[in-house]
Design a protein around this ligand. Structure first.
Ligand SMILES: [Zn+2]
Length: 283
């Protein structure tokens, strides 16, 4: 048993948790517990304009209801500092259209204001996803690390947080698979050992869009009001993670499903989604 494993549940307190969040957090919890490891809770509340304390409280209640216990709640992002020490970066004054159509030459201009961009070493990044196997992506070209208003952006914050919190495994939604390349490039320039990566399937609503707070009936609090138990949530989501319920002993990364699944308004899961394929219940 790898007692050094540290996983994390990192909700963004701008919307209530839905089935897609439950799937990602369930996988993160199962993976860490299967290794006999610790689970951290970290609020990703960088976007102060959208983060809400009442939503954070409701998210903690939802996680407890689901049975996703954590050993420690670490400092939220809003309470942390994100220095650029050791990271090649330059300040950029370009608007989005300027950058897109004229190109950015700020790297050589040495502005004394503007957003800080990662002077990203070029070339593809290779890594192994614990479920999906070998991956190869180009990192984003010079993504913003610190906005012009001084607020850290997600790629910087998540890398610094995971390193400082001692996180050894990142388990999250499949929509973030390619974003791993930029994060790994940051680990490279900082000389830090990266965590392992596991990306779960993407859940889409009946409109085909990634499950979000716009699909209110798939929020856990709505399902609870409709009579769902936590056991039923895991009966629905468990097959996507290769487990019958919330049972760490059954969890194996290679049994987690790959691809995209559709969730109906009433919380049924269909898939995997393939072009022109008839929908069949998952399981
Ligand atoms: Zn620029």
């Amino acid at each position: 048993m790898d007692v050094a494993a540290v996983g994390r549940l990192a909700p963004t307190p701008s919307g209530h948790l839905h089935l897609g969040n439950a799937l990602a957090f369930g996988a993160a919890w199962l993976s860490a517990r299967a290794a006999g490891g610790r689970v951290l809770l970290r609020l990703e509340d960088l976007d102060a304009g959208r983060a809400r304390a009442d939503v954070a409280t409701s998210q903690r209640q939802d996680l407890e209801w689901l049975g996703l216990t954590w050993d420690e709640e670490v400092a939220p992002q809003s309470a942390r500092q994100y220095p650029l020490d050791g990271i090649p970066a330059f300040r950029c004054l370009c608007t989005r259209p300027t950058r897109l159509y004229l190109g950015c030459r700020c790297r050589v201009k040495e502005h004394d204001k503007g957003a800080w961009r990662f002077d990203t070493p070029r070339g593809p990044v290779e890594f192994t996803d614990r479920t999906r196997g070998p991956q190869r992506f180009l990192p984003d070209e010079d993504p913003i690390l610190v906005r012009a208003d001084g607020e850290a952006a997600y790629p910087l914050a998540v890398v610094l947080d995971d390193h400082r919190d001692g996180v050894t495994e990142v388990v999250r939604g499949g929509d973030l698979l390619s974003a791993t390349a930029t994060q790994l490039r940051l680990y490279e320039v900082l000389g830090w050992a990266p965590p392992s990566w596991l990306h779960v399937p993407v859940l889409r609503g009946p409109d085909g869009k990634k499950l979000s707070k716009s699909h209110g009936s798939t929020e856990l609090r709505a399902l609870r009001e409709a009579g769902w138990t936590a056991k039923r949530v895991w009966e629905v989501l468990g097959p996507l993670l290769g487990v019958g319920g919330l049972a760490p002993a059954e969890f194996r990364p290679d049994r987690v499903r790959i691809g995209e699944f559709l969730v109906s308004d009433s919380g049924e899961v269909f898939g995997p989604l393939e072009a022109s394929a008839a929908l069949v219940p998952a399981g």
